[in-house]
Design a protein around this ligand. Structure first.
Ligand code: C5J
Length: 230
């Protein structure tokens, strides 16, 4: 594969053209606390299977992306053990009996260094792949993601992860305002709520792609495979 190749994939609202050397795969918050039984997501009453259906699609994409030698960046939502970066408004939101920082079945909920905060084993980062720890929903809020992308000369993002209407959407909207072009892969992003999944993707691609583009991961995998063969 020529690392400087321009490739085009079928997407909505129209085809997404990207340059491999200027594009990173951004995998958002594929953490045990959100995806595994017993984690924070399930404690809140959510069906984690709604998110788990994204795991195999992400695995296939990640394998091809890594084989092509392209950049992968992960994010994790979570807080310092002393919770000094956790706003009270977030801690008490929802009036739940268990909240961020409390002890759950996988350690303290959404606290850095705890088992539940970690990326699921199926998609575990390789040494050298950047991990952005974020305390907010957008991966740009109070992080060095923008600086890292600029230093890597990344201008386009293939976005996957959870949840579609929360951290994925917040990040895509923020990225868009900063001038990054985002392609969101519909089978690699997940919501606990099927109707939110549809609505969030519709909002991204509406009005000529007001926040970005949406496609199935097969489209990206196929162009990477084709490019490898040439
Ligand atoms: C949520 C996230 N849903 N990663 N976090 O609280 O979307």
């Amino acid at each position: 594969m020529n690392y400087n190749d321009n490739v085009t994939v079928a997407a909505e609202p129209y085809e997404f053209e990207f340059n491999l050397s200027q594009c990173a795969l951004l995998i958002i918050d594929m953490q045990r606390d959100f995806l595994e039984p017993g984690g924070f997501g399930e404690i809140l009453g959510n069906d984690v299977n709604q998110l788990r259906r994204t795991v195999s699609s992400n695995q296939k994409l990640l394998k091809q992306w890594r084989e092509a030698g392209l950049k992968v960046i992960y994010t994790r939502e979570g807080h310092r053990p002393d919770l000094s970066d956790l706003p009270l408004s977030k801690k008490i939101r929802g009036r739940h009996t268990v909240c961020v920082g409390d002890l759950g079945p996988m350690g303290r909920i959404l606290v850095r260094g705890e088992p539940g905060h970690d990326i699921i084993p199926e998609l575990y980062p390789l040494p050298g792949e950047a991990i952005i720890d974020k305390c907010g929903k957008s991966a740009f809020y109070a992080t060095d993601l923008d600086a890292i992308l600029r230093n890597y000369n990344i201008k386009q993002l293939i976005v996957t992860g959870v949840t579609t209407e929360v951290c994925v959407s917040s990040t895509v909207r923020d990225a868009n305002d900063r001038g990054y072009e985002c392609l969101v892969l519909e089978d690699c992003v997940g919501s606990y709520f099927p109707s939110f999944q549809v609505a969030a993707l519709d909002m991204i691609k509406a009005q000529g792609g007001i926040f970005g583009w949406v496609a199935h991961s097969d489209k990206v995998i196929n162009v990477l495979k084709l490019d490898c063969e040439n």
